[in-house]
Design a protein around this ligand. Structure first.
Ligand SMILES: *Cc1c(COP(=O)(O)O)cnc(C)c1O
Length: 372
């Protein structure tokens, strides 16, 4: 934690209004209630911060694991948590006792949870996952047959709260995704016909929600993650969302380097002319991806785009401020965010690093204070 008497060197600023706006877009677009996905500390934005803002607007929260569910509970969040990943053996009992919604991938798992619920006297709240193509968890479609469904329905100490699937290619392959949604609908119909009729039917992550109308009307819940934080996995929908996070650092030093001088490890960048170089208080230990080095990365000082020079180091980066000759120690610098009409998006940083926005956000490190 930073001492309150010292300035922040590298920090994020968060917009509650933007988060509310994006949740409203998700609600409207899906025509269904929302499970706000706040796993991985709300994609680095702060899970408790996000959950407090969203708790009156969502049906439940999507978390990776029981620790994350406990963090929300300890912070006084009352809406249930849905565990997106399977529990470890020792975690099943505390998860049931906490009232977490649990993803179930097989009949054996469901039977074990039924016994656990009987023994503890606490009803287990379960969602059956049907694997329509993700290949990660869930019942294979072949295993989602009448005998399995009958066996699931007959369990006495569990409550079937949901049936769901996951879309691995909603931002890349529309034909595959449409076929998947159609098969998922059949899987839900099959269960319904046999009396397994949970309240929550859900399939859509951000890309599924923004790109596919197919789920409207029969899916009763959506699972947006990235879009809540203001980034659309589908570029054509980006203008509907507002980025929640601004990532800032400061200038620590400004120097004039002569032509022909190397900058940073490996001297991969050599100045071509006398160059005004600012050193910034941020590096890969803060989560600024080292992989952006040499790929055209830029930062914003005021509304001036300043190119990154050489490699990202652990705690410092260097940028060319020749075009911003008034830059001085203490000045704020934007790594991700906007100033006037200039901006740098998480999507650009991800492209420079040859990775995805989810990875950039979750990489922002614990040394970076989150300012609400
Ligand atoms: C992470 C996750 C989501 C949210 O995905 P986004 O692409 O960030 O919207 C939804 N469902 C499941 C099962 C997930 O693991």
């Amino acid at each position: 934690m930073d001492s309150p008497t010292l300035p922040h060197r590298c920090w994020t600023e968060l917009s509650a209004d933007a988060l509310r706006h994006n949740a409203a877009v998700a609600r409207e677009q899906g025509g269904a209630e929302i499970m706000a996905v706040v796993k991985a500390n709300a994609y680095g934005h702060g899970a408790v911060w996000a959950a407090r803002i969203l708790q009156d607007r969502v049906a439940m929260f999507g978390v990776a694991n029981l620790q994350e569910a406990q963090e929300l509970r300890l912070a006084g969040i009352e809406k249930p948590s849905f565990l997106l990943s399977p529990c470890l053996p020792e975690e099943w009992e505390p998860a049931v006792r906490m009232g977490c919604h649990i993803s179930v991938s097989s009949l054996q798992e469901a039977i074990a949870l039924d016994r656990l619920a009987q023994r503890t006297g606490v009803r287990a709240l379960l969602h059956a996952v049907v694997d329509t193509g993700m290949g990660r968890i869930g019942f294979l479609e072949e295993a989602w047959d009448e005998s399995s469904i009958a066996a699931l329905s007959s369990l006495k100490f569990v409550s079937w709260e949901g049936i769901n699937t996951h879309l691995p290619s909603a931002d890349e392959d529309a034909a595959f995704t449409r076929a998947q949604l159609a098969r998922f609908r059949q899987a839900v119909e099959k269960a319904r016909a046999m009396g397994l009729r949970p309240k929550w039917i859900h399939s859509s992550n951000s890309a599924g929600l923004l790109g596919y109308e197919e789920q409207r009307g029969w899916c009763t819940l959506t699972r947006p993650g990235l879009m809540l934080y203001g980034i659309s996995p589908l570029p054509e929908e980006q203008s509907r969302l507002k980025p929640v996070l601004t990532w800032k650092t400061r200038v620590t030093q400004v120097r004039e380097l002569p032509a022909g001088h190397g900058v940073s490890y490996g001297c991969t960048y050599i100045t071509e002319r006398p160059t005004r170089v600012a050193t910034l208080a941020c590096g890969y230990a803060d989560g600024y991806p080292r992989q952006v080095s040499g790929h055209g990365a830029q930062v914003l000082i005021g509304s001036t785009l300043c190119p990154l020079l050489g490699r990202v180091t652990m705690d410092q980066i260097m940028v060319d401020v020749t075009a911003r000759s008034d830059a001085k120690p203490g000045d704020e610098v934007i790594l991700i965010g906007a100033h006037g009409t200039s901006k740098i998006t998480a999507t650009e940083v991800a492209a420079w690093a040859e990775t995805i926005e989810w990875h950039v956000f979750t990489g922002i490190g614990p040394r970076v204070p989150r300012v609400g």
